[in-house]
Design a protein around this ligand. Sequence first.
Ligand code: NAP
Length: 551
Amino acid sequence: MTDMNAKDPAGTPDLDAVVIGAGFSGLYMLHRLRNVMGLSARIFEAGGGVGGTWYWNRYPGARSDSDSYIYCYSFDRDLWQKWEWSERYPEQHEMRAYLEHVADRHDLERDIRLDTTVTAATFDERTDHWTVTTDGGDSVTARYLIGAVGSLSAFNTPDFPGIESFAGDSYHTGRWPHEGVDFTGKRVGVIGTGASAVQAIPLIAQQASELTVFQRTANYIVPARNGPVDPELTRARKADYDGIWQRVRESNFGFELTFLEKGALDTPQDELERELQVRWDEGGFGIWLGAYADQFFVEEANAKVREFLHKRIREKADDPQTAELLIPKGHPFGCKRNPLDSGYYETFNLDHVHLVDVKSNPLAAITRQGVRLQDGTEYELDAIVYATGFDAMTGPLTAIDIRGRGGERLAEKWAEGPRTYLGLTSAGFPNLFMITGPQSPSVLSNMPVSIEQHVEFVSRIIADMRGRGADTIEATREAEDAWVAHNQELAEGTLFPTADTWYMGANIPGKPRVFMPNLDFVGPYRAKCDEIADSGYPGFEFTGAATEARR
Ligand code: NAP
């Protein structure tokens, strides 16, 4: 009789590692595994090219919201010194060119299978290997499985009644046609006012004959101030590679930003307005992540910052009624990801651009002609742009049929919200690592900084496993429960849970309402991971011949 628990002595997998996704995370992970550690590894990538987010999001105006000099890899110092960004915030095609160049420079393409979606991954307890299956019918085994799937890659189109009946053209910002779209002379409707819409709307307005924006929730939108970077500043930055990267790695959010020492509540009104104005004028996330810490914890502090922002919106919008509609209501500033603005508010001053409130009068159906609201009002459109976001953080992983020990499905395990240890591993799923997974700082940071930290941490874990002769590493249920509780506790101490956001899963009907990013902050979280590795991996269990022999 076969002992189902016995290990397969012939257990040599096809590959050491499979990586899912060829975006920022996957490319660096492959580089580390193959070029640095000498392991065999392969990426499966659903897109027809590398770049992840920057491959798919080709809508007009798509660009990074982080400054180019830190929205990139630091691991390749020479490339960082040589690469010239054209603007403060690189545009999508420039980001894609950069990532394609990285893939080429590090000879990664030969181990990337494009146009290949991973549909399932199953852990085999007999061999301690993952079997990874793709939509092309391929099946490979690997010892390590790395989900480099991105936090915002599972695009979401709400299930509007009649959506298939629309006779015009439909687009989603997260799956934009590669050849681009010409809206010249068209009546265009944009549904959504998140970061994607805020970037796209000013440019669509330049072409469309009529543009109608359907807004459910107004956002706090702060100026980007994009443009070429002063060459002197670029030179100074190039001379300060070590300082910059040390600062961002030790920072709260992966930027060169720190909170002011005083809180908004302790600051006299004129000083507060001055400080906020400086950051408003500088553009970027300074007003959010580099101003008053108490705005995240205390409603009255947040209200003081909001008041400043409301004034700025009223200054920008010519029509007082439109201004009132553009002023966010019912959620604190900074607890819903605030987009960066390049002419967004001013776009609503144009005669052919209309803002429609679909909070008070919800969007009831998509019709053959366009959009119908609950009160029966109809908007005739030639094209609809769904800027309706993503099933964030958990969606890209739960879309894959991932099964761990005992056939447990990750999607079922996470039915009430993600359960991880460090946002990197999940108990019952040995040797599965999630780059910037839920319950890690991820989306509350400048992503490349968190990505590099996770990739390097996973590389260290794998090297340490091999060093100690371990076949598997796995989070314990106790460590995971404690991490889940820790994340919840951190979030409950802030105003974040008071807002309906994709951070909370609130944008997807039926998704559990759980705050998903980790709030330890980038620097302390990194230190925590390092400490765990330095002290022999508390919270993890190892299996393997050598490990068991040592017991
Ligand atoms: P999003 O922020 O989730 O925005 C989706 C929009 O669609 C929201 O305004 C939402 O309204 C609306 N919506 C969804 N379902 C709706 C419905 N049934 N009826 C009416 N309106 C509906 O998505 P996103 O703009 O694609 O951005 C997602 C995230 O991606 C950003 O927060 C950011 O982290 C990232 N991103 C980054 C950049 C960048 O760095 N440059 C650019 C784009 C995106 P509610 O607010 O009421 O839910």
